[in-house]
Design a binder for this molecule. Structure first.
Ligand SMILES: NC(=O)c1ccc[n+]([C@@H]2O[C@H](COP(=O)([O-])OP(=O)(O)OC[C@H]3O[C@@H](n4cnc5c(N)ncnc54)[C@H](O)[C@@H]3O)[C@@H](O)[C@H]2O)c1
Length: 234
């Protein structure tokens, strides 16, 4: 099967393995997953079981509480750590700090052009016609689990915020269709005893992978740089 990632690695002289069993486990520091939720489910138990740190980009898999608990148990047993890059969103530091005090609400509002939402399972199942919309219209409001089932393209940002909030039930998700939206816009709002926070992100697609935000790939590189630096941000 064609794989630009494999070709790029080979061109850069990085050894390519297609079988985890052939990896030099004792000399590995970190394994980075940037493939799919299915791949993460397969590799995570093996990586953590070997006591090797894991960077997991396919955060959506953590919305399955059974999988998340299994990862934590495995990491605690081996001493490995699980790193979660901020991906296509931000404000996770504020949400994590806010939950140390009292949190009143955490909301994610995703606004997209109607054409980007027309095929979403929620829109199809509810027979919504988005072609006649002439201004912003709220088409979904609910919890993250229902949101990612209805809008699978939102799965990672909802999962990251649910992880940071330490409780999916604390997060409310709203999806808005807006013909004037400048692309995929994510707004995160948190209100609590700390005060309030509002973040608005207008993500640009990656030049080399248009279905992914440029920020997601950059967040992984930023995390890897941080792992190699004595200065850590959290
Ligand atoms: N956390 C975030 O904010 C965020 C943002 C963007 C993407 N993601 C997630 O990151 C993952 C990668 O995203 P992408 O847009 O680069 O996807 P992509 O489909 O463009 O690329 C995935 C690559 O992984 C390879 N791959 C898939 N399964 C594999 C396996 N089992 N073993 C080895 N290689 C495998 C594919 O061949 C492909 O080269 C997805 O799960 C996506 O949902 C997360």
């Amino acid at each position: 099967m064609a794989s630009p990632a494999r070709d790029n690695l080979a061109a850069a002289g990085v050894p390519v393995h297609t079988d985890l069993a052939t990896l030099d486990w004792p000399n590995l520091d970190t394994v980075l997953e940037a493939a799919s939720q299915a791949a993460l489910r397969v590799i995570a138990p093996q990586v953590l079981g070997q006591g090797v740190d894991l960077v997991a980009l396919s955060a959506g898999a953590t919305l399955d509480p059974g999988f998340l608990t299994a990862l934590m148990t495995s990491a605690q047993a081996s001493g490995a750590r699980i790193w979660v890059p901020s991906g296509a969103i931000g404000a996770l530091d504020v949400v994590r700090a806010a939950r140390v005090g009292e949190v009143k609400s955490i909301t994610l509002t995703t606004t997209k052009p109607p054409v980007a939402l027309a095929d979403a399972p929620w829109v199809v199942e509810h027979g919504m016609d988005l072609t006649t919309i002439d201004g912003p219209r709220e088409i979904f409001a609910g919890g993250p689990v229902e949101a990612v089932r209805g809008f699978p393209q939102n799965v990672n940002v909802a999962a990251l915020l649910a992880l940071a909030a330490d409780d999916p039930d604390r997060l409310r998700v709203t999806v808005v269709a807006d013909p004037a939206a400048p692309g995929n816009v994510h707004e995160v709002e948190a209100i609590g005893s700390f005060g309030s926070m509002r973040l608005r992100l207008e993500n640009r697609p990656s030049e080399t992978n248009p279905k992914t935000s440029a920020l997601a790939a950059q967040s992984v590189i930023a995390l890897l740089r941080q792992l190699g630096s004595p200065l850590r941000f959290a």
